[in-house]
Unconditional design. Structure first.
Length: 293
């Protein structure tokens, strides 16, 4: 369905590959030399900037294979992987059309040897505000795109992930990056708030489904707090007549209340790797920071 390397950049692996050797082939050659059941797969959407980029960077470790799905590849991330000598694959994908991406992910996972991996994790991080304004002022196409990226894509990727990894002996985990707006209603935030509330609820329901399976996946929808990212800039630069809470976000930045992307990524990954992960299906990181220091 896809060209051999269409949209795939395995920069940390491909750079310097001998002529005639494909990046994908070399990735398998690297992983074949590591111990079985000591390796981990991490799949991250929205990994080209912000907290997603920082999570991907912090996961570039020996025995980790990191697959990033973003609209554009990150040369910065590829260089970091090359320096560390670890496995990184980047797919350039548009999650506004998630069905073929989910199919591609399922096929990629199906190509893996099940017994090799100690854990396999999907992190649904990609998101878009769409428009911060009263719902009736937002164009139908904008509504459709935002709900697709923020909710339908995570649903489809999660479904593909769970189906492809069912029966694997490894630990399976899904981490959905939610928002405080899923719980706190704001004028002008119907679109983003509804999508993130939907993410929270589908996480609760899938968690119940997985509890019924032996060795079911752990799934958590996690609000990571207020982070100094481009999304925060969008909120500060919005129209106060359409989004009255704009002043609050300006104040958060002015008082130094925003968490850096690198620190937010550290906290999120610390919770992902904490024994408590999966005990609650919807979590706000603010309530967990004391145990993540």
């Amino acid at each position: 369905m896809y060209g051999q390397y269409n949209g795939l950049i395995g920069m940390s692996i491909a750079l310097g590959s001998p002529k005639g050797k494909s990046p994908q082939t070399k990735i398998h050659a690297m992983t074949n030399h590591t111990n079985a059941m000591s390796q981990h797969i991490y799949i991250i959407t929205g990994a080209s900037k912000g907290m997603g980029l920082e999570m991907a960077r912090q996961l570039l470790k020996p025995n980790h294979q990191v697959l990033c799905l973003s609209r554009t590849a990150s040369p910065e991330l590829a260089r970091a992987a090359d320096v560390a000598g670890v496995s990184l694959v980047q797919w350039c994908e548009n999650l506004a059309d998630p069905a073929p991406v989910a199919q591609r992910l399922a096929a990629w996972l199906a190509s893996k040897k099940h017994g090799r991996w100690a854990s396999v994790t999907l992190i649904n991080n990609a998101g878009t505000l769409g428009a911060m304004a009263p719902l009736q002022t937002i164009a139908p196409a904008t509504i459709a795109q935002a709900i697709t990226v923020d909710l339908i894509a995570p649903l489809q990727l999660t479904a593909a992930f769970l189906q492809a990894t069912e029966g694997w002996p490894s630990v399976q985990q899904v981490l959905n990056i939610s928002s405080g707006m899923s719980q706190r209603a704001m004028a002008g935030a119907a679109l983003y708030g509804a999508a993130k509330a939907g993410m929270d609820q589908f996480s609760r329901c899938v968690a119940l489904d997985e509890e019924r399976r032996s060795a079911g996946a752990r799934i958590v929808s996690l609000a990571p707090g207020v982070i100094d990212t481009d999304m925060q800039k969008e909120l500060r630069n919005g129209d106060a007549d359409l989004f009255p809470d704009k002043a609050r976000y300006i104040q958060l930045q002015a008082t130094g209340a925003l968490t850096s992307p690198s620190e937010a990524a550290r906290q999120v990954l610390a919770y992902l790797h904490h024994p408590e992960f999966g005990s609650e299906s919807v979590v706000n990181i603010v309530h967990k920071r004391d145990m993540l220091k």
